[in-house]
Design a protein around this ligand. Sequence first.
Ligand SMILES: [Fe+2]
Ligand SMILES: [Fe+2]
Length: 238
Amino acid sequence: MDKFNGKVLNAEEFKKMDLEYRDAVKKVIVSHVANELKGALVFDEPAIRLAPTPRYKWLVSRNTMQEFGHHILFLRLAKDIGATWDEKKTLTLFDYPMKEWIEFGVIKAFGDVAELVELDDLIDSSYVPLANVAKETYPEEKFHVGLGKEILTDLIAEDKNNKKIINQKLGELFPLTLQFFGHAKSKNNELFVKWSIKKRSNTDMRRDYINRVVEIAESLNLDLPPVPKEYREELESM
Ligand SMILES: [Fe+2]
Ligand SMILES: [Fe+2]
């Protein structure tokens, strides 16, 4: 079949679509339902307590409210089309045992960029309600990345030694963020592209992500660790 280039405007129209389409849309939505909640619970909510000043507590509270809000928006989409989600099916990044404010800064400045790349891919999705949620949440994810950059900038200005710690944390977190985009050869991804639910391959999204975080690292004068060999080979071959 050629690439699908229609638009599915609502849950009513969704019901009339091919089973393959319905399953693919459900997969994309439920992964967001689970990951947005997990991130809010393990990173954002605890970070309100870790935040060192009232202003940062306020900013992190706003960020946290938005992350729970993203979960609710995607959950609404899931319910509309009868998709069931599993709270245990979350990305490895969310198993990172965050304990410190500095780690939260790295997670926001570099981890949330992965969500921006992901949302960018959904903004023209053939399933229009999903495209609308992507458009709505995009500016908020941008705010989260900006918040992370601000936290790191402050920490570096405060103490030269913090830069060393941030680089160490980047060494731990960067490889985990690369897994975010799935395998180079993915049947799911093929179906997402075939049905125009997403635009790009996992490899192209990973490439976009790396370009964006390289820029962030440069702007903060940080050392991003080298891309692991398996991904380097993938990016060169495709
Ligand atoms: Fe989010
Ligand atoms: Fe976020």
